[in-house]
Design a protein around this ligand. Structure first.
Ligand SMILES: Nc1nc2c(ncn2[C@@H]2O[C@H](COP(=O)(O)OP(=O)(O)OP(=O)(O)O)[C@@H](O)[C@H]2O)c(=O)[nH]1
Ligand SMILES: [Mg+2]
Length: 316
């Protein structure tokens, strides 16, 4: 198992060994004891890494846009990693293959690391795996990590919500903004991108977003709305500048620090819940529980008393 010693792999990954890095992300995907050890090793490292979440409906142009943003970062001679997360599919399916093709310009660039992540088939899932993976990338000292995820539900919101700056990608035409609103994306968006703005309906979509923003309350940062054509490359510099302005705002206002702390506590909360669920599963699979179940069904004990007995909770 020399191959899978997280400590050794981390040392190698820090020396730009991409095979070692890939193995580390696989450890995260699989979860369990090695992943826990890896978290212990990476915790508190890589404070300098900036996390950018990019979300939006399927096909909105997230990967094309990410590909363009990679070029902007590379033009500044900085390294960048991309995590393409697909919460809707437990398999490495078509979307991931598509990402590889769309980001192929950077396939031979050693300063770019692109990795897809699929659901790990265990408690906690992606909501826990993504921050763990980003910590690995941060420990390896990528200045930027982009997290691309298809934003259609709560888990996705949770995933992008863990970024420093979250960009929500929409497209012209009605529907996207309503969908985003329903999914709770309006609350996590730090900037809005109307991609495919070469198409009709851009102005209407902008108005929809503005209307929704008017109904929300903000402190000092009002999410800007940027029109892009990812395929043609327009609006990309502006997008990157908006990310940088938001970053400055987070630092200046102290909001960034507050968010980081909230993120850590959220993660702890999540882990505690996962561990408790695991504990409950263990408890109810004990042989002694079978006898108790019979008592419960026969009316000899009530469910509250049994639950408290199982969990060893004293009367309050
Ligand atoms: N007309 C137009 N097409 C675009 C633009 N940006 C992307 N596309 C096209 O839209 C399609 C989807 O682009 P992707 O970048 O794969 O979109 P995605 O959001 O990553 O898709 P999923 O990851 O599958 O959700 C591709 O055929 C792109 O070429 C744009 O600005 N204008
Ligand atoms: Mg994509």
């Amino acid at each position: 198992m020399v191959d899978y010693d997280p400590e050794q792999l981390l040392v190698q990954a820090k020396q730009s060994n991409r095979v070692a890095l890939a193995k580390l992300i696989s450890i995260v995907e699989r979860g369990g004891g090695l992943a826990r050890e890896l978290t212990r090793l990476t915790w508190g490292q890589g404070e300098e890494t900036y996390l950018v979440g990019i979300t939006g409906a399927p096909g909105a142009g997230k990967s094309t846009l990410t590909d363009r943003l990679i070029s902007v970062v590379r033009n500044r001679s900085l390294e960048v990693a991309v995590l393409a997360v697909d919460p809707t599919s437990p398999f490495s399916g078509g979307a991931i293959l598509g990402d590889r093709i769309r980001m192929q310009d950077h396939a031979t660039d050693k300063g770019v690391y692109i990795r897809s992540m699929a659901t790990r088939g265990q408690l906690g899932g992606l909501a826990l795996a993504v921050p763990e993976a980003t910590r690995v990338l941060a420990a390896v000292k990528f200045p930027y990590v982009f997290i691309e995820t298809v934003g259609v539900g709560q888990v996705e919101v949770e995933i992008v919500g863990a970024a420093d700056t979250t960009a929500v990608v929409m497209t012209p035409g009605w529907g996207d903004s309503i969908q985003a609103n329903k999914a709770g994306l309006m609350e996590v968006a730090d900037l809005f991108i109307i991609n495919k703005s070469d198409r009709d309906g851009t102005r209407e979509t902008r108005r929809d977003i503005e209307l929704m923003l008017e109904m929300s309350s903000f402190e000092d940062w009002i999410p800007p709305i940027i029109e892009t054509v990812a395929t043609g490359g327009s609006g990309i510099e502006e997008t990157f500048e908006a990310i940088e302005s938001h970053r400055e705002y987070l630092e200046r206002s102290g909001v960034g620090q507050k968010r980081r702390e909230a993120r850590i506590l959220d993660e702890l909360n999540h882990i505690v819940q996962v561990e408790i669920n695991r504990k409950v599963d263990q408890l109810i699979s004990q042989p002694s529980f079978s006898a108790k179940k019979v008592e419960l069904i026969n009316g000899d004990i009530d469910p509250y008393s049994l639950a408290r007995e199982l969990l060893k909770i004293e009367d309050d």
